[in-house]
Design a binder for this molecule. Structure first.
Ligand code: SAM
Length: 251
């Protein structure tokens, strides 16, 4: 479970709200059962439940654990808003595979009508999905989910990354070779000492990117990459790109 630093003391941890409910009502945990907790920042521990109520679980710290659930490379998935609940799928599966953050954005050929009145609620739901997936995957941190950006804001944000990969089906290529080569080129330019990379993986909507968007991304420093001969659905493309990057990172 992810708890706030204040809930994780030197000797005990307290679960409240949804987490206490999950432990007691869903997992049917009782005194004597073990839980794994993390404050998402610096500390993780194994703890033994001392008192279990649906609104509050108290547990004694049994051992401190290393914070080693995180990949070496921090990959942010910039996903053009897909329709239905596909963004939820991208966040859930992307968190399991190892994404550091999610950055939904709007683009020209996006199919969904973006309604920013629902923004706060949607962000809350997406963040909850990231938290639950991070717990299930034994991550040390919960990936962040950013508020939906415009295309312009995305291009401006791209400058903060070591390498920006723009997934474009018209680029063809074989499998993840484009991604792999882009990362290898970057590392051979910057030196093999570059271990920790901040990568931005940009994936288009169901309708694909326009040529203008591809050109603008390239002008902003992105490397245009293909994921192979087959056209992947938008949510598949994000997962394939992320998995290829995790593989190339050696983790
Ligand atoms: N119409 C399908 C759908 O409903 O999802 C496929 C859409 S595909 C155009 C969506 C996005 O996935 C593209 O904008 C691109 O970013 C990425 N993508 C899909 N296949 C790709 C490939 N072979 N190479 C690179 N990117 C790809």
């Amino acid at each position: 479970y992810f708890v706030t630093p204040a809930q994780l003391g030197d000797n005990e941890v307290i679960l409240s709200g949804d987490d206490a409910h999950h432990a007691v009502r869903v997992m049917r945990m009782e005194p004597g059962d073990e839980i794994i907790v993390s404050d998402g920042e610096a500390r993780a521990a194994k703890a033994v439940i001392r008192a279990a109520a649906p609104d509050r679980v108290e547990a004694d710290i049994a051992a401190w654990l290393p914070m080693d659930g995180e990949p070496l490379w921090a990959v942010t998935i910039a996903q053009s808003l897909p329709k239905g609940d596909k963004m939820e799928l991208v966040i859930q599966k992307g968190t399991e595979i190892g994404a550091a953050a999610f950055l939904p954005f709007q683009s020209e050929r996006m199919i969904v009508q973006y309604d920013n009145k629902k923004e706060a609620k949607r962000l809350e739901r997406w963040s909850k999905i990231a938290k639950e997936a991070a717990e299930q995957a034994h991550r040390s941190r919960i990936p962040t989910v950013e508020p939906v950006k415009t295309w312009r804001q995305l291009i401006a944000a791209a400058a903060a990354y070591d390498l920006v990969l723009f997934c474009y089906e018209k680029e063809g290529g074989s499998g993840g070779a484009g991604l792999r080569d882009a990362v290898r080129d970057y590392r051979s330019r910057e030196g093999s000492h570059v271990e920790q990379l901040r990568l931005l993986l940009i994936v288009g909507p169901e309708g694909g990117f326009t040529e203008r968007e591809a050109a603008e991304a390239e002008n902003a420093g992105a490397v245009v990459v293909g994921l192979g001969k087959r056209i992947l659905r938008t949510e598949t493309a994000a997962m394939v790109g992320l998995a290829c990057l995790m593989y190339e990172s050696g983790e």
